[in-house]
Design a protein around this ligand. Sequence first.
Ligand SMILES: [Zn+2]
Length: 136
Amino acid sequence: MLSYKELLDRVKDQLQREATKRVSRLVLPEPDVRFVGNRTYLYNFKQITDAIRRNPDKVLMYLARELATAASMDQEGRAIFIGRKSKDSFRVLIERYVMDNVICPVCGSPDTHIEKVKKVTMLVCEACGAKSPIKG
Ligand SMILES: [Zn+2]
């Protein structure tokens, strides 16, 4: 049986966790997509990867694979894709990437980082300490 004080502490913990969850809600920049000839420029690619704190090369590889095209990055941190890709497709893919690679599945916090444990890529949560293997 838990004492009254233990119960109280537990409730307080829970409330604190809820508070952190709200404060650290991730704000994703809207993809700034422009077409130049037969290419698609994602102008604010750098801001997006900064916001989610993930390696731009990894994110670029993911987007290129999902869009089934070739991609590169220029010095200004813009991502360039071959072919015309809609803004919506970027929005959907980035959100999916964030759900799978950034958001902690245990507490929902975006304050996470990637760690390699042996050969498994783990999502390590800085808010609750959970380690979750990353899908794919
Ligand atoms: Zn967590």
